[in-house]
Design a protein around this ligand. Structure first.
Ligand SMILES: [Zn+2]
Length: 121
């Protein structure tokens, strides 16, 4: 028996842990690992990509100390459209589109169009 695979919905071809390269925008050509997928929005959240820093002006000394403490949480990566990223094949390390095919038990597995290797375990 294979382990249960997550159900793919829509055209989300990427999943958590995939390494991707950004194709356009301010983070173009940057690489990062997907830390979360947002299938309902067609977006992925990628480590270090599209990071937004929220600036808050502290009103007093005490709140300034508080803000400083919370700074780590003020920087968070925002979602980026799956159309703007491309998967990097973990096998051949090239940017690639995935081919999808059904495995024996009906689960979808992805394979690299360039080297033909299965990307999923
Ligand atoms: Zn490959």
């Amino acid at each position: 028996m294979r382990k249960k695979k997550p159900v793919y919905e829509g055209k989300m071809n990427l999943k958590k842990g995939d390494e991707v390269i950004v194709l356009s925008g301010k983070d173009k050509a940057k690489r990062g690992k997907i830390i979360q997928t947002v299938p309902e929005e067609g977006k992925v959240i990628v480590e270090g990509i599209n990071v937004v820093t929220r600036h808050q002006k502290p009103r007093s000394a005490s709140s300034r100390a508080m803000v400083k403490q919370q700074l780590g949480e003020m920087q968070k990566p925002m979602g980026i459209s799956v159309a703007k990223v491309m998967l990097i094949c973990p096998k051949c390390h090239k940017e690639t589109r995935m081919a999808r095919s059904a495995a024996g038990d009906g689960a979808m597995v992805r394979s690299c169009r360039k080297c033909g290797e299965y990307v999923d375990d």
